[in-house]
Design a protein around this ligand. Structure first.
Ligand code: ADP
Length: 365
């Protein structure tokens, strides 16, 4: 474990020396005989966690020094070293909230050690709190997007179905009824896709990764089955090539989410009028890494949109159904698995996604 970095400021060289001698094995110690030197150390060492300062420095008091650095260096925990005679200023410093503790002079090793350990605990709790705050903020942001998407993606298809039903009631021609049923089918598929994405979103957010042995041949067969049927109906050639040389352990749920979304997009974003439509999938597992290529010769993605396609609810085209959720989930799954994704795309020519996922050599248990 890395040592806690402590800055000790005192104008008496003897104190500095003995402090360093006593604690050099326990902590990473910087000593400063002047507040100017302390400022320099703080600039150069953003990882200083604890500052101990003598109250009686020649140019200013310890309390004044702490006040001075509070805005620029808010993170380190500040502790004042002082004799009893200075108690007024200690009270003032603590009340103003910028000193964590004071240590009475002359200090003992145990006083210092316990103060540093306590201060470190406080520091860790604080930094955990700021990480949690950032997570909370991003959860709020996502919630805002959800509120919009619920109306748009859940209510939209329902309204289409209701509208189609109303029309159907007034129509007798069986062909027309068939067409209306088709429209309802499209809307309901959209709804179903959205609910699947939502389910994937939550299983990725809440679910724990379970590492088990993965045979890509089997998993691809599972995932690709559905697309084969849809593909043959729309005359899309579907080539799948799997080469797995070594045992590979990963989280099946996440791998399926990744494959399912990439396959689904490759089939969805085809050029409707093209006659040579294809989706090529190539999976290589070697040295514990899986490298997956999903290539199509569909509509392609405009260059200016490529950076945004992994953002929640972002859509780069008005063609076909979709809520803009799929690639967000892919990215989320890859983040959890320490994987990476690259995209190459040209409008009217097609898109290739390359995914690399490091696996493990053993399971979770
Ligand atoms: P969606 O539900 O809209 O498909 P995704 O998050 O899966 O959402 O994809 C985001 C956007 O990226 C899509 O709306 C589409 O514009 C674009 N996109 C993704 N995959 C492809 C692809 N294979 N070919 C063309 N465009 C794609």
């Amino acid at each position: 474990m890395e040592k806690i970095k402590v800055l000790y400021i005192d104008d008496e060289q003897n104190n500095l020396n003995s402090f360093k001698a006593t604690f050099r094995f326990d902590y990473a110690i910087l000593i400063a005989a002047t507040t100017a030197q302390a400022h320099t150390y703080l600039q150069e060492n953003p990882d200083i966690r604890i500052i101990l300062c003598d109250q009686r420095m020649p140019d200013k008091t310890g309390v004044q020094f702490f006040e001075e650095i509070r805005n620029e260096h808010p993170e380190p925990i500040r502790m004042l070293i002082t004799g009893y005679t200075d108690i007024e200023s200690v009270i003032e410093g603590i009340n103003r909230g910028h000193i964590f503790r004071y240590i009475k002079k002359p200090w003992t090793d145990t006083d210092i050690k316990s103060a540093i350990e306590e201060g470190n605990k406080f520091y860790l709790t604080n930094s955990l709190l700021s990480i949690k705050n950032a997570e909370l903020q991003s959860a709020y942001d996502e919630l805002g997007k959800f509120a919009y998407s619920v109306t748009h993606d859940l209510r939209g298809p329902l309204l289409s179905v209701l509208g189609a039903l109303q029309i159907a009631e007034t129509v007798d021609d069986p062909d027309e009824v068939k067409e209306i049923l088709g429209m309802m089918g499209v809307a309901l598929t959209k709804l179903d896709d959205y609910i699947t994405s939502l389910h994937e979103y939550y299983s990725l957010k809440r679910g724990k990764l379970v590492y088990e042995e993965i045979d890509f041949n089997t998993i691809v067969k599972d995932v690709a089955g559905l697309f084969r049927i849809a593909g043959s109906m729309e005359q899309i050639k579907f080539n799948v090539e799997v080469s797995q040389q070594s045992a590979y352990y990963s989280d099946i749920v996440s791998i399926k989410i990744i494959l399912n979304n990439l396959f689904s997009n490759a089939f969805k974003y085809q050029r409707k009028e093209a006659t040579d439509k294809y989706v090529d999938v190539k999976i290589d597992v070697e040295n514990g890494n899986a490298v997956i290529f999903v290539k199509d010769n569909g509509i392609g993605i405009q260059e200016e949109h490529i950076d945004n396609i992994f953002t929640m609810f972002f859509r780069a085209t008005s063609q076909d159904t979709g809520s803009g959720f799929g690639l967000y989930n892919v990215k989320d799954a890859l983040n959890k698995l320490n994987g990476a994704i690259e995209v190459k795309s040209a409008i009217g020519e097609g898109t290739t996604f390359k995914v690399t996922i490091p696996g493990r050599t053993h399971g979770s248990k």
